[in-house]
Ligand binder design. Structure first.
Ligand code: CP
Ligand code: NVA
Length: 300
């Protein structure tokens, strides 16, 4: 059974297969070519956190593929009242053909896969956001022609996005650098893996990390679930921002990406955001095409 629990579970070949299929599905959608590859199938979408892009891309994606999607808020499910994930997994496996889940603990996603008998797709946990990174890689390839050898620089909190970007970047042959404040670095095991498997560097200095970058990436200073730390984080992350000084040290024509939602004048200036809006909203659109590719690969 094929799941997408975290990007490190997928080989470079599987990632490339997904990116190629996403390109094809995008082309077909724009050309008005129907692709009902999941006709009659139903996806359950469990959300324990808010979402715009993930929810809409998976829901529209299932529709495009000839199937249907159920939005399941944890506030309304028994899981929100303490029904164990192990039981939820076994029940939902009797009704559905696949589950996409957005939650806090990575262990919950892993437990769904262990106890269920249908494909499980991770729609974001505190640990990672694999679906977003597949759309990001697709967008970089579209704009830059290829991934291998390009330098991807992430600036900000070493969070779920950073963890998945490191894996996706290294697996596709990109050079990856990260600039994060002390104490807010990405997962230590993942950084060790990146050191051993590709060109990876970590910095506290933003300009050091951004030097020669082909892609600059950032994300919010306080993620979902960290709302109470937001004020404290504003001080800690001051300077961990994509602005004109950062653009100046990157390669000419460097792209700027943001998974969104964005906080202007925090992790990115409004000016840089608007100057790169074309890339950022291509990236958002590609959630649809990339998520459809994930659905087909896992559920067909
Ligand atoms: N980037 C992303 O996952 O957006 P949503 O939180 O809106 O799904
Ligand atoms: N790091 C952010 C990503 C949102 C798509 C969060 O977890 O809130």
């Amino acid at each position: 059974m094929k799941h997408l629990l975290k990007l490190s579970d997928w080989s470079a070949e599987e990632i490339n297969e997904c990116l190629n299929l996403a390109d094809q599905l995008k082309y077909e959608k724009k050309a008005g070519i129907e692709h009902h590859l999941l006709k009659g199938k139903t996806l359950g979408m469990i959300f324990e956190k808010a979402s715009t892009r993930t929810r809409v891309s998976f829901e529209v994606g299932m529709y495009d593929l000839g199937g249907s999607a159920l939005f399941l808020s944890s506030r309304d499910l028994q899981i929100g009242r303490g029904e164990p994930v192990q039981d939820t997994a076994r029940v939902l496996s009797r009704f559905l053909d696949g589950i996409m889940i957005r939650t806090f603990a990575q262990s919950e996603v892993e437990a769904l896969a262990e106890y269920g008998s249908i494909p499980i797709i991770n729609g974001l946990t505190d640990y990672c956001h694999p679906c977003q990174v597949l759309a990001d890689l697709m967008t970089i390839r579209e704009h830059k022609g290829s991934l291998k050898g390009k330098k991807l620089c992430y600036i900000g909190d070493g969070n779920n996005m950073t963890n998945s970007l490191i894996v996706g970047g290294i697996k596709t042959g990109m050079e990856v650098s990260v600039a994060c404040p002390k104490g807010y670095t990405p997962d230590a095991e993942l950084m060790k893996w990146a050191d051993e498997n590709g060109k990876f560097s970590r910095h506290e200095d933003v300009l050091e990390a951004a030097k020669g970058a082909d892609v600059l990436y950032t994300d919010v200073w306080a993620s979902m679930g960290q709302e109470s730390e937001a004020e404290e984080r504003k001080n800690i992350f001051k300077g961990y921002q994509i602005n004109d000084s950062v653009i100046a040290v990157a390669n000419e024509g460097a792209m700027v990406l943001h998974c969104l939602p964005a906080h202007r004048e925090e992790e990115i200036t409004a000016k840089v955001f608007e100057e790169h809006a074309n890339e950022i909203f291509d990236e958002a659109e590609n959630r649809l095409h990339a998520q459809k590719a994930v659905l087909v690969l896992c559920m067909k």
